[in-house]
Design a protein. Structure first.
Length: 69
């Protein structure tokens, strides 16, 4: 991914979004029924938080690229 994108932080945000998505989906199949909030397990809540944080990061990167051009 680094070879294709030269924007600082982009690769990290891709990882953050991917890991958050994987974590959210994997916990549906785990046998740990402990619920944390909103009917989701703790790892799923943190997975959603990672996805939202990466989306915010993408928006900030996009905003900074417009000003840098």
């Amino acid at each position: 991914m680094r070879k294709h994108c030269r924007i600082n932080g982009f690769t990290f945000l891709i990882y953050l979004a991917g890991y958050g998505t994987a974590r959210f989906l994997v916990d549906f199949f785990r046998g740990d029924p402990a619920m944390f909030a909103w009917g989701m397990q703790a790892a799923q809540v943190f997975g959603v938080a990672m996805i939202l944080a990466s989306l915010l990061g993408f928006l900030l990167l996009r905003k900074n690229l417009k000003f840098a051009s």
